[in-house]
Write a protein that binds this ligand. Structure first.
Ligand code: GDP
Ligand code: MN
Length: 385
């Protein structure tokens, strides 16, 4: 769950990280009103779930009411690489002496939290990492011990933060690490982390992603979910209690069990296809559930073919087949389906499917065979079955 800048800053403030005072608004009049309250000069900032807003013209300084009016009118409704601006954040403008960078994320390959810091902030950090990697400090943290004061000071020093703000940067890193752990974030990034002329260290931007699966531990954060900017199919899936993630390809995927679905995505990619989604139907074989899942998959217009990959364990394949047959009788899907049934009672399941002779449904035996079939069907070349 990605947060807008101002929502991320709310979490920062809760953990003692310095941020500027501001207000979120959705109209030009409210922007003017907010600017008067936070005090001029202000900065008018597009709130969208994508970076590089400054370069796109979505971040503007304003010295007076007429400038706020002009910038707010220009930025509201702006399309920043496919993200339409509906909300503005108006904050009191800061004077900047230096722009640093700080982030905390999970390094999956090291299986540890990773704290990163650089004095080359305000710019694209990937570029810093690529061209001048020595200017990006990367520090792994023992997650049981947490980030100690000594480590935070060491990171700031190693990164060559100005000597008089090493303590301030260490405070910011510690607070950012607290945000990451205590809020169950998957990413907490500040770019730029600024040093003001009077040597205050402050977060000028915020990029925070929260782990949606941990949200039940943070009822106070539920309201941060930005349903207006969320993918409509993902929102529907969430309401139905289904694990669905939209992807960029054209092959719909459904499996039972998150692990099986993940490997199905891999096998389809290996066969040269591009998955359109992740969908874990979980256990059970209920026709109603299968129908809902199929409807979710087909709500994505890009889907040209669908792969059902079911491994029968406690859930028996013949029961799944019955669910499928009942569901398909109602839905009559317009795109081809490949159904692979394996595991408990798979023979019986395949026989049931064959007998039902559903139009547009192709049974497959192995995962590889199923993947190749669905890739061919999506490409429009059909299969011999
Ligand atoms: P991004 O482009 O989406 O990363 O948006 P940021 O919030 O990082 O803003 C982009 C840039 O605008 C920053 O790197 C700053 O250089 C500038 N900026 C943002 N807020 C202020 C401010 O309060 N004062 C000044 N002087 N510049 C600002
Ligand atoms: Mn930024």
């Amino acid at each position: 769950m990605d947060l807008l800048e101002y929502q991320g800053k709310q979490l920062f403030a809760r953990h003692g990280l310095a941020v500027s005072q501001g207000k979120a608004v959705t109209t030009v009049e409210d922007a003017v009103d907010a600017a008067g309250k936070v005090g001029y000069p202000v900065v008018v900032k597009a709130q969208v779930l994508i970076g590089g807003r400054g370069k796109a013209g979505g971040v503007k300084l304003a010295d007076d009411e007429s400038q706020v009016r002009e910038h707010a009118a220009n930025i509201l409704g702006m399309d920043i690489r496919g993200h339409i601006v509906r909300t503005l954040w108006i904050e009191h403008a800061s004077d900047i002496a230096s722009e640093y960078y700080a982030s905390v994320l999970l390094d999956r390959s090291a299986k540890q939290p990773l704290v990163m810091f650089s004095v080359e902030g305000g710019v694209d950090i990937e570029e810093v990492a690529e061209k001048t990697p020595e200017k990006l400090v990367r520090h792994h943290v023992d997650s049981l011990k947490g980030l100690s004061r000594e480590e935070a000071v060491q990171i700031a020093t190693e990164g060559k933060a100005d000597a008089d703000v090493v303590e301030g940067v260490a405070d910011a890193l510690t607070a950012l690490y607290d945000v990451w752990t205590q809020e169950d974030a998957t990413l907490a990034e500040i770019n730029p982390l600024i040093v003001t002329p009077d040597r205050e260290v402050k977060a000028l931007d915020a990029k925070v992603s929260l782990d949606g699966n941990a949200l039940y531990r943070h009822p106070e954060n539920a309201s941060l979910s930005d349903s207006e900017n969320e993918d409509p199919i993902e929102r529907r899936a969430k309401e139905q209690g289904v694990q669905y993630v939209k992807l960029d390809g054209d092959i719909g995927i459904l499996g039972n069990g998150a692990g099986l679905v993940m490997s199905t995505l891999d096998v389809v990619a290996q066969a040269g296809g591009a998955p359109a989604n992740f969908l874990d139907a979980g256990g059970g074989s209920d026709a109603e559930k299968i129908k809902q899942a199929v409807e979710l998959i087909l709500a994505n217009d890009s889907v040209k073919a669908v792969l059902f990959n079911i491994f029968g364990g406690i859930t028996r394949c013949d029961e799944v087949a019955k669910g499928l047959i009942a569901a398909f009788a109602e839905i009559r899907p317009s795109v081809p389906f490949v159904v692979r049934l394996d595991g408990t009672n798979d023979e019986a399941g395949r026989t049931l499917l064959a007998e039902a002779a559903l139009p547009n449904v192709h049974p497959a035996r192995t995962m590889n065979e199923a993947a190749e079939m669905v890739v061919a069907l999506a490409a429009g070349s059909g299969v011999a079955s």
